[in-house]
Structure formats: structure tokens, C-alpha cells
Write a protein that binds this ligand. Sequence first.
Ligand SMILES: *[C@@H]1O[C@H](CO)[C@@H](O)[C@H](O)[C@H]1NC(C)=O
Ligand SMILES: *[C@@H]1O[C@H](CO)[C@@H](O)[C@H](O)[C@H]1NC(C)=O
Length: 371
Amino acid sequence: MFSHKSLLLLSVFSLASHSLALPFEQRGFWDFGIDGDGGGSMTVMMRDEEEGSAVEELPPPDFHVCPFGCHCQLRVVQCSDLGLTEVPKNIPSDTKLLDLQNNRISELKENDFKGLSNLYALSLVNNKISKVHPRAFTPMRHLQKLYFSRNLLTAVPKNLPPSLVELRIHDNNIKKVPAGAFAGLSKMNCIEMGGNPIQNSGFEPGAFKGLKLNYLRISEAKLTGVPKDFPETLHELHLDNNKIQAIELEDLRRYKQLYRLGLGYNDIRNIENGSLSFVPNLRELHLENNRLTRVPKGLPDMKYLQVVYLHSNNISQVSIDDFCPRSFGVKRSFYNGISLYSNPVQYWEVQPATFRCVSDRMSIHFGNYKK
Ligand SMILES: *[C@@H]1O[C@H](CO)[C@@H](O)[C@H](O)[C@H]1NC(C)=O
Ligand SMILES: *[C@@H]1O[C@H](CO)[C@@H](O)[C@H](O)[C@H]1NC(C)=O
């Protein structure tokens, strides 16, 4: 039996991943409170759940099965912020959501999750895990979400469940992703692995083989160029806060399906003429806080481009054909966000017709150049 309250909880959960498609810098549901404030929407929601049911029900019959110190309700087992040094025993076998974040767990052992074949989501965020037994995940035949950020992993854990849809392993210590690291994960949709000290050479050829990802984020790493070997299914690629110096002609060749490309806070000086023609479906392009000296070539040909962030660069000139096509009717969607502030361009010298394919004058953020 599966009460509608827990269904509600689960659907909020899956909303968190659907929302990936909307805000540019989304945050995962469980990412709240990972700074150690111990709060978070998970906790808040669980509290609501408790309040809602306290009046109407006695403790369920399997009350005693809950691990000491944890809260077990509606197939959600919450054991966060307990100072645990290992995965607790006696986790009920019908558990759907297991929250172990903000503890001091250092290792996942072979039988830690024994019998938990119904688990749908597991959070291990903010622990000290550096060792994962190669069979630790074997029992989780239905696991879809694994949140493993803020740990001490030096490698992507082996033998992740083939049912996995979303993996978050940002802020670990991963330097290398060998070929086949994600082998067999054909349902995976979203990987967040920023904040790892990984360089371009850290991705072996074939590292992403077999993945049909929609979303990939590798921000705050040590990339010096756009890796060319990511899955070609990507709709979103976020590589902000790296050390990328240029976009070369072939760099985006593989990513024809991209809707959103995040390259802000890099060292990009040049975007080679023609390189954007490989991403004709792009809606959003983030290039803020780089070292560009001109608006990238090729924007007028991008029929669907609506948002271009170019603020905080070194652009000293904006020409009349930098953004919009010359002929009418080519552009399918008008821009609704162009940012150019904090550039040495004198905005009164930019001809108003430069923005003839912008939906509304309020969509252009110019401001003054501050030095
Ligand atoms: C960029 O390439 C296009 C053709 O792809 C060409 O027409 C144009 O002159 C080039 N612009 C520059 C600045 O090289
Ligand atoms: C900005 O560009 C000019 C050339 O247009 C160059 O002399 C200057 O060093 C650049 N500034 C920065 C901060 O990169």
C-alpha cells in the first residue's frame, strides 16, 4: 500500500528534476542545507508530513524497525545530521527515500544497503565517503536518484544501478573519468559533477560512452577547452567557472541538440567564426565574465536564440549586424535577454537598429561601463 501523501512527496521529488529544464542555475531538491545549516526543504516537508499525520494516526506497526535517531514515515527514512559514521542498520526494506546527508560516513560497505530493492532516491550529500564497495549498490534495482555531492570520492563509483536517472557527484575529488565509467547506465538523464579537480585530459576517450544525457554540468573544474566527447544527446551543457580560453571551430560539432550552453566565468578570448553554426537550436548562451573583445560571429543565423549574456567582457564595439539577420522573417524567436553591461562599449554609439529583432527594449541590459 502506498499512501497518497508519500506519492505527493515523490512527485515533488521528481519535479525537482523536471525543473532542470527551466531555471538556468537550478538547485537540486536535496541541495538545500548542504552548507551545514541542517535545514532544507526535505526537513521542512517531512515536518509538514508529520504534522499532517500526527492527529489522525497511531504510529504504524513497524515503528520499531526505524534505525535509532532516524525518522521513518511513509517510506521515507531520514537520518541526516546525526553524526553517523556508517550507514545505519535496520533500514526498513520498503524504504523509497533514504536521506543520510550531513553525517560522517566514510565508507559504503558491501551489505550496507542489503534488501533495499525498493529504494528510489538516496542522498549521501556531505559525508566523508572515499571508499565504495563495488557491490554496495547491487541491491538497489530501482534507484533513480543518487546524490553523492560533497564527499571525498576520487572516482565515479563502480557498478551504479542501471535504473539510475540522475547522478550528482559535485564537490568531490575526482580527477579522472576512465573509459566506460558510466557503462550500462542507459536511463541516465542528468549528471552534475562540477567542483571536481578535473582537466580535459582527465576524461579518457569513451568516458561517456553509452550515456544519453540531457543535462550535464561540469562547472568549477579545470577545463581549458570544451571537451568534444560528451554525449550528443545533450540539451544543456554547463561549463561555467572553468579555464576555457577559446571556442574552436569543431568544439561544438557534436552538440547539435543543445538548447542551453553555459560558458560564463571562463577566460574565453575568441569564439571562432562558424563554431556556433553547429548549435542551431540554441535558446540560451551564457558568455558573461570572459575576455571577449567582440560579439561572437554567427548570432544572426541562430533562429531560436533568445538569451545571450555578454556582460563583463572586453567588448568595445557592437555593430548593427552583430545580433540580428538582415532579412526579415529569418529569426523564429526574438531575443528577450541580451546583456552587455560592464563592457568598454559606448552604448550611445550603438545604433538602435542593432536590436531590431529584440522583443522589447527592456530586454537589453546595457548600463554603464565601470572601470
Ligand atoms: C565568418 O564566416 C562567414 C562564412 O561562414 C563569412 O561570410 C564571414 O565573412 C566570416 N567573418 C569573419 C569576420 O571572418
Ligand atoms: C581589452 O582589449 C584591448 C584590445 O581591444 C586590450 O588592449 C586590453 O588588454 C584588453 N583588456 C583585458 C582586461 O583583457
